[in-house]
Each structure stands twice: as structure tokens, then as C-alpha cells.
Write a protein that binds this ligand. Structure first.
Ligand code: SF4
Length: 460
């Protein structure tokens, strides 16, 4: 999961991109970068850390000139068979990646993963290609460059025909911006007109910052390529795959996206509240005194649970906002330490109370265990854990760094054993059919549910 941003036809585009990039910071915190275009040349600034850290003090007028820009916040996935992780700490894989050859100047910002990238890269290397990074994204660059087609859009289309996987992709050339979503639409992408130009971002909530009317925000259709050109207000839209086979990531609804984002006209926070209400109906905790959330990602789910069950919703865990999301913080020890750094229990709320704790999911179980230790130490006498998604039993091959199946706690232990492991008095998960109903997809045909059913979404 990464955050991507594109700005086209707007003065000081890189500065606008940096602001919008902060609004998708939750999608990746390892590194950030922006490439700008001034009609002739591309310029790049990138580095490790948050958007603020990387762009603090940057002279945009000097370093990142031009009326167009693409930006990226990085969350390094396994990529190319796990080897992309080796680039953590190195600048090589920090996006946007650039092809700075005279003929094919272009920059690439990618959210997603190409599962068979390693095999394709090895084949291309045998044919003489040389890769500058270990990132899947470089495949787009190579295929575009190798294409014999005349126009850049045709080269991109030829690249897409050879790449199967998850991609929401932005490509910047000196005078054009391209935005594309893979045929399954695993990851989100939307755009809106802005000040005579356009802005593109992973999530529509990013546009609120620019006071863009939400009614003007358009989702990029899966299997389409948008081409923004100088002097044209609306992009040219090229469909390169049939519309009927979407597999949008269900975890975007549950956890990844910001609650103030809308997908398909539906509010993410409203869907999360609905998940919480469904959980309360299926698995109430009538003996409890209050409901708390694991903040911030489970806030909306917990509010729905509390509303449905008639129990008071309290803030029992206080979150320090200077610490990022623990799930996407690489490394297990770092994650456990980050829980303690990030969350502090409020003894005044918890002491002597029977508590329902709502979380969005359990992946490895180590974070949950750490949280329940905190609650007990703060005096909670009973801890009833309710999870607003089904057990996670399948690793992700489409852009999320969930561990392999043998590291997922629900593949190894029963529900009762997990409750014992994490120290909960009771544990219940939202059944998968409730999730599908909440997503208005009762047959599970429009979403990827691999995390929860282990079924390959493009083969079902
Ligand atoms: S496997 Fe899970 S995280 Fe990955 S795309 Fe599917 S639902 Fe989303």
C-alpha cells in the first residue's frame, strides 16, 4: 500500500503535490518523493521518512519547477519475491522512479504489486535489460521503453498488456500526466478538476485540503488510462480492459483508507460503523460496562458497535499521533515497541471495568496481545475482544505486506486459542458473509477477499 498524487496544469504543482501527499501519508511512511515537469525536463526530490521530513525546507521554485508533478509515499511490500525489502534504507527504490533518457523521459509513481515481477525481471535481464532498483514499478518503465509504439499512451498500453497485477499508476512526462488503474481495480485512484488543471490522488479525502467540491471527484475506472494534456480540461480516457471484473481490496474499507474517504459514493466511516453494528448484533457482550476502540483505525467500527449494543463508547486508549500505524511499520519488534509508544491506556476509564475492545483485524496477534496487557495493567477486569473483520488467513499478493500464511495467527490457532494467546476473556470475529453484505457485495464478486477466504480473486 502506497499513496500517490498527481498534479497537472497548475503553477507551483510540486508544492501542491507535497500538500496533497500529506493527506495520503497514512498509506506509507517509509519514504516520499516528488518529480515535477516544466514542459521540457523532469526534476526530482526524494528521501526516507515522512512527507514533512522529506520536503521540509525544500525550495520548490528552484528544485521542483513546473506546472505538473507526481508524488509518492512509500510502503515497501515484499515486491519481487521479497527482495524489495532489501532496499529499505536505500534511496534506490524510493519513488517516483525516473527514466531520464532523452527520448523517453518519464517518472512513475505506483501503488500495488506485480506478483510475478521477479520472473519477468530475470527474463528481461537475460535479454539485456538493466534494472536500477528492486521495485516492481521499474517494469512499467522498461516495457514502456521497449515498446515500438509512437505515442506515449500507446507505449503504456503495450506495457499494461504484459503486466498482470495490482497497479494504480501515475506517469509523468515533460508535458503530460497519465493515470491508470489495473483491470481489477485492486487499489483506489481518483481525480478532480482544479484551477483549470487537475489533481489525482489515491483517496478523495486528499482533495478537501484544496477545497475541491466532492461532487467533482471522479474515480478512475479499473482498466482505464487517463491522459492529461496541455490545453485540455478533461483527460482523454482510454479503456484497455473490460469493465466487469473488478476486485477492489476489501481491506481498504476495513483499515487502509482514511475514514473520511468515499469509494463508489459510499463513506468509508459509514461502512465501518455498519461493520461494528453487525458485529454487535451477531456477538454482543451484554455483561460489559463500556466499549473502546483500538484507535484510530477501529474508531468508527467501535462507535457502530456501541450504538447497536446500547453500551457507552469511551476513549480507553489514548493515541500519540506522532507515531505511525503499527501494522505498516516494518519489523515485529519495532511494531510491539510502537504499540507502547503509540497507545496509552486511560486508567480513569478502564479501572475496575468490563471492557469490549473493538479492533479492525488481527494479523499476527502480537500487537493485540500487547494492547490487552496495557488494558489489564490499567485495571480492566474483563476484556472482550471483538474484531470487525473475519480471521485473516491469506497473505496478500497485491500490495500489502501481510506475512506469509504461517505467520498469520488465525492459520495456526483456533478462535479460543487466539483468545488465550492474546489474553482476552472472549473473542469473536465478524463473519465473512456479514462483511460481504456490508460492502453491498453479497456474493463477494466485486471485492478481493483473499485475506479472509484464501481464494485467488482473479481466478474465482
Ligand atoms: S489479499 Fe487482502 S489486503 Fe490484499 S488486496 Fe486482497 S483483500 Fe486486500
Amino acid at each position: 500500500m502506497c499513496g500517490i498524487v498527481g498534479v497537472f496544469g497548475i503553477p507551483d504543482a510540486a508544492r501542491v503535490a507535497a500538500h496533497v501527499l500529506q493527506r495520503v501519508q497514512h498509506r506509507g511512511q517509509e519514504a516520499a518523493g516528488i518529480v515535477s515537469a516544466d514542459g521540457q525536463y523532469l526534476s526530482r526530490h526524494r528521501g526516507a521518512g515522512s512527507v514533512t521530513n522529506v520536503f521540509n525546507g525544500v525550495d520548490f521554485a528552484l528544485e521542483l519547477r513546473g506546472n505538473a508533478a507526481v508524488g509518492h509515499t512509500r510502503y515497501a511490500t515484499a515486491g519481487r519475491g521479497g527482495i524489495a525489502r532489501r532496499e529499505r534504507g536505500s534511496k534506490r527504490g524510493i519513488q517516483p522512479l525516473i527514466d531520464d533518457s532523452r527520448v523517453y523521459q518519464s517518472a512513475y509513481a505506483h501503488n500495488g504489486t506485480i506478483p510475478d515481477a521477479e520472473a519477468i525481471c530475470m527474463r528481461l535481464e537475460k535479454e539485456g535489460a538493466s534494472f536500477a532498483s528492486l521495485s516492481d514499478t521499474e517494469l512499467f518503465l522498461h516495457f514502456t521503453k521497449r515498446s515500438g509504439k509512437e505515442t506515449f499512451s500507446d507505449r503504456l498500453l503495450e506495457a499494461f498488456a504484459q503486466i498482470d497485477g495490482a497497479y494504480s499508476l501515475l506517469v509523468l512526462t515533460p508535458d503530460r500526466l497519465f493515470a491508470a488503474r489495473d483491470p481489477h481495480g485492486f487499489r483506489p485512484l481518483c481525480w478532480a478538476p482544479y484551477q483549470g488543471g487537475a489533481v489525482v490522488a489515491s483517496e478523495g479525502c486528499a482533495f478537501d485540503l484544496l477545497r475541491i467540491d466532492p461532487k467533482t471527484v471522479v474515480e478512475v475506472e479499473p482498466g482505464t488510462l487517463l491522459e492529461f494534456s496541455p490545453g485540455q480540461i478533461d483527460p482523454r480516457i482510454i479503456r484497455f480492459a473490460p469493465a466487469a471484473f473488478t476486485r477492489f481490496c476489501s481491506f481498504e474499507w476495513i483499515y487502509f483508507a482514511r475514514p473520511d474517504t468515499f469509494f463508489g459514493g459510499r463513506s468509508v466511516s459509514a461502512v465501518r460503523e455498519d461493520l461494528g453494528r453487525r458485529l454487535a448484533r451477531r456477538f454482543p457482550a451484554p455483561s460489559a460496562d463500556l466499549v473502546i476502540a483500538v484507535p484510530d483505525s477501529a474508531n468508527s467500527h467501535a462507535m457502530g458497535f456501541a450504538e447497536e449494543s446500547g453500551l457507552p463508547f469511551k476513549i480507553g486508549l489514548v493515541r500519540s499521533h506522532s507515531v505511525g500505524r503499527t501494522f505498516i511499520d516494518p519489523g515485529e519488534e519495532k511494531r510491539a515497541a510502537a504499540v507502547r509508544l503509540k497507545l496509552n491506556p486511560d486508567r480513569g476509564v478502564l479501572n475496575g471495568k468490563r471492557v469490549v475492545v473493538i479492533d479492525d483485524s488481527i494479523v499476527r496477534g502480537t500487537t493485540t496481545k500487547e494492547i490487552i496487557v496495557l488494558l489489564r495493567r490499567a485495571g480492566a477486569v474483563e476484556v472482550h475482544l471483538r474484531i470487525a473483520s473475519p480471521p485473516v488467513i491469506g497473505p496478500c499478493h497485491w500490495g500489502i505486506d501481510t506475512p506469509m500464511a504461517d505467520k498469520l495467527i488465525a492459520t495456526k490457532l483456533s478462535k479460543e486459542q487466539i483468545a488465550l494467546f492474546v489474553g482476552a476473556d472472549s473473542l469473536e470475529y465478524l463473519p465473512i458473509e456479514e462483511l460481504q453484505q456490508a460492502l453491498n457485495d453479497p456474493e463477494g464478486k466485486r471485492h478481493c477477499l483473499t485475506c479472509f477466504n484464501g481464494i485467488h480473486p482473479t481466478k474465482s
